[in-house]
Ligand binder design. Structure first.
Ligand code: PLP
Length: 431
């Protein structure tokens, strides 16, 4: 069920008209639904209720403090990929005992931060990384609990830029090198091997790649146990897809049943790392039409959001449904338009030849399914301001990330001494 629906002719989020938020916050802005986050988490947790699973929300999908805190209040841990995300998780109240540190390029300083915080485990992706972690942990008199991320070499059948489980991807230790890796891990000081991790990609819309990967994981677990290693924890990653347009992703309960069937008999504790699934359809990007430009071959709806606010269409050719905030008449004619932002790049296009009911300058549009990999990928390209974020909950809403002013952005730069006194005066503001 969607928590963004038309009511009384207006797109609302949990009963709050998006137009009302736009009046206060200005456009563009992201709007998250607390109820949608809660429903997604609870559906996932319920599907795994019979299994010994820790759900570590993959923060990189959406790392706003309010989002993390909403999920951790429901019981979620965190999957982090940088010291910055580790700090965000801790600040939002995620217990260190439920934090997993993933990522292919952790630095020694990041490892030290994780060790000092006392996190649950590091997912290690290469032998050089394992040796560095050993040295960092030993120097601090600590033991790092480690799962080795294994690359199962399966095709996730997803977009090339979000496929991570093929041998040619940079992620994980090669399947064939796993035994030697565990032998070394068992001998290294400061390393406590706990199990195996995998994550084969994102926005998966079928279960077969999971079955293939989990089956390889089960085989490897048996092999490693025969080698004398105590494999007690398996991290199955994330990646379950959501519906942006026509996709029919697997039901969570079917995914959970597959886990139970293939992984359950191994008797391990499980870690699950959903990201997109929890937040993707819990957020929208609201934007205002600036101009409608009629061309001979194309018509362009130019909006005040751009690729710096939401880069997924430019980066992944991603589809996002786009709906007027004011509900169109049920018999309204549509016509095909290109919906584009103001940034000076042709890639700054949200939709090409998309059927849209008539819109005019000043109208608001809802760009749907923008709760994951959206605000977090924002930039200030073209010196556009970072996008504010709002969370609604049961008819109420709060700004959870404010829009900074221009000076806050420009003040991040500083001049070297030799450029301060050039005789050219500088002005602040445009008044
Ligand atoms: C990105 C990522 C996830 C989350 O992926 P989703 O597709 O958002 O569920 C989980 N685990 C790891 C290691 C990741 O890199």
């Amino acid at each position: 069920m969607s928590f963004f629906t038309y009511q009384d002719g207006q797109m609302q989020a949990e009963g709050v008209p998006l137009a009302r938020i736009a009046e206060q916050v200005g456009t563009p802005f992201y709007c998250y639904s607390s109820a949608a986050l809660t429903a997604a988490y609870q559906a996932f947790a319920a599907a795994f209720s019979g299994q010994p699973a820790t759900i570590c929300y993959a923060l990189k999908a959406n790392s706003n403090q309010a989002v993390i805190r909403t999920l951790t209040a429901l019981g979620a841990g965190a999957d982090v990929v940088s010291e910055g995300e580790l700090r965000r998780a801790l600040r939002a109240g995620v217990p260190a005992s439920k934090i997993v540190f993933a990522g292919v390029g952790k630095t020694a300083a990041e490892m030290a931060a994780g060790l000092d915080a006392g996190i649950l485990q590091f997912n290690v992706e290469s032998m050089p990384e394992l040796r560095t972690l050993s040295a960092v942990a030993a120097a601090r008199g600590r033991n790092a609990s480690v799962s080795l991320r294994i690359n199962p070499d399966v095709d996730a059948n997803t977009h090339a830029k979000i496929s991570t489980g093929k041998a040619e991807n940079k992620f994980g230790i090669e399947f064939g090198a796993a035994r030697a890796a565990f032998a070394e891990a068992a001998a290294l000081p400061g390393i406590e091997p706990a199990g195996i991790a995998l994550h084969i990609g994102s926005q998966l819309t079928g279960l077969e790649p999971y079955r293939a990967a989990f089956t390889r994981m089960a085989e490897l677990t048996a092999t490693l146990r025969a080698d004398g290693h105590a494999i007690r924890r398996l991290d199955l990653g994330g990646g379950l897809g959501i519906t942006y347009g026509e996709e029919r992703p697997p039901a969570i309960r079917d995914y959970a049943a597959l886990v139970k069937e293939v992984i359950g008999p191994l008797g391990c504790d499980l870690i699950l790392e959903p990201g997109r699934l929890l937040t993707g359809n819990a957020g929208v990007l609201v934007t205002r039409v600036i101009y409608v430009k009629e061309g001979t071959s194309r018509s362009f709806v130019i909006v005040d959001a751009a690729m710096n606010d939401l880069i997924r269409p430019a980066l992944y050719d991603a589809y996002h449904a786009i709906l007027p905030v004011a509900e169109p008449a049920s018999d309204a004619a549509t016509r095909r338009v290109d919906i584009v932002g103001p940034v000076c790049e042709s890639a700054d296009t949200f939709a090409t030849q998309r059927p849209l009911p008539p819109v005019a300058a000043g109208d608001l549009l809802t760009i749907c399914s923008a709760g994951a990999y959206s605000a977090v990928m924002g930039s200030t390209y073209n010196t556009r301001l970072p996008t504010p974020e709002v969370m609604v909950r049961g008819g109420d809403y709060a700004i959870v990330k404010a829009r900074p002013d221009y000076d806050a952005i420009i003040d991040q730069d500083s001049l070297p001494d030799w450029l301060v006194d050039t005789g050219v005066s500088r002005s602040r503001g445009v008044a």
